[in-house]
Design a protein. Structure first.
Length: 288
């Protein structure tokens, strides 16, 4: 578990952030490689264009067919470019490791997005997605999936999501969730789930079957009680339930002996009930 993330989360109000805060343009691609800031310059030097960041500028439609020529591209960030759909030519960026799309109201990802088989990280902010395509399953190397401030009425995952066998971190923030598919329980390497401001009224059933899970953040939802199914997460170390509507937690939580932090701030617990929790979890720091 990221020690810095854990220590910060104990004292600061929740802010959605990637769990690895290293700049992706430093993290990925050849060290020292130039970061291009417009597509025309990148196309002129397509053989050495590994990193591209296009902020607050539209991309001319006539350039879409040429995007596939950026065959060496490994890091791509699009921010405020006016996209409602990603160009189909994105399927040709087969060396892409990191892709972020910010402040573009896209309504879907193209089915051929699954061609990006080298992708490690996918970050989607301020989109208008109601789902991900079934073909997301072909992103076999994906480790980080982050969706923030999605503006659709509801968002759901396809059942194929469970095939992302290398997924390590899942972060959803201000994204109203539909029910989770049963395949969620098939994740084998998923260590961290954040579902904050997602309109949850209960802990989704499939989450309780992810035995690899070490961190679970369900802040700012509508939880009235903590379903006992969550106590099956025996490897969980960090559980944050801030700003829900909880008033008690079953004594069965005592089976979670690996729990190091239980954050209950923003709920309404009686002092006696908190004292009981602390007695049941003597090795756990209970925040209230």
């Amino acid at each position: 578990m990221n020690k810095l993330l854990l220590s910060l989360s104990l004292f600061l109000p929740f802010t959605a952030f990637a769990q690895d805060d290293l700049d992706p343009f430093d993290k990925y691609g050849p060290p020292g490689a130039m970061v291009y800031t417009n597509i025309k310059d990148a196309l002129k030097e397509s053989k050495i264009a590994y990193k591209l960041k296009i902020n607050n500028q539209p991309i001319e439609p006539k350039l879409f067919p040429k995007i596939g020529k950026l065959e060496q591209l490994q890091v791509l960030q699009l921010n405020g470019n006016g996209f409602t759909q990603l160009p189909v030519e994105f399927k040709d960026l087969t060396n892409l490791i990191y892709f972020a799309c910010f402040e573009n109201p896209i309504t879907s990802l193209p089915k051929d997005f699954g061609n990006l088989s080298m992708l490690n990280e996918l970050h989607l902010h301020s989109t208008n997605l109601d789902s991900l395509p079934f073909e997301i399953a072909f992103l076999g190397k994906l480790k980080v999936l982050e969706i923030q401030n999605n503006k659709a009425d509801t968002f759901y995952f396809p059942n194929s999501i469970g095939y992302l066998s290398n997924l390590n971190d899942l972060l959803l923030y201000n994204t109203k969730l539909d029910t989770l598919p049963s395949s969620f329980s098939e994740f084998k390497k998923l260590k961290s789930i954040t579902m904050t401001r997602c309109g949850l009224k209960d802990v989704p059933k499939p989450i309780a079957k992810i035995s690899s899970l070490e961190m679970l953040i369900l802040d700012d939802n509508k939880l009235i009680e903590l379903n006992k199914r969550i106590f099956k997460l025996k490897n969980l170390k960090y559980l944050s339930l801030r700003n829900n509507q909880l008033t008690s937690i079953s004594e069965n939580i005592s089976v979670m002996q690996n729990l190091e932090v239980l954050d209950l701030r923003g709920n309404v617990f009686k002092e006696f009930d908190l004292a009981v929790l602390k007695a049941l979890l003597p090795k756990c720091r209970v925040l209230n």
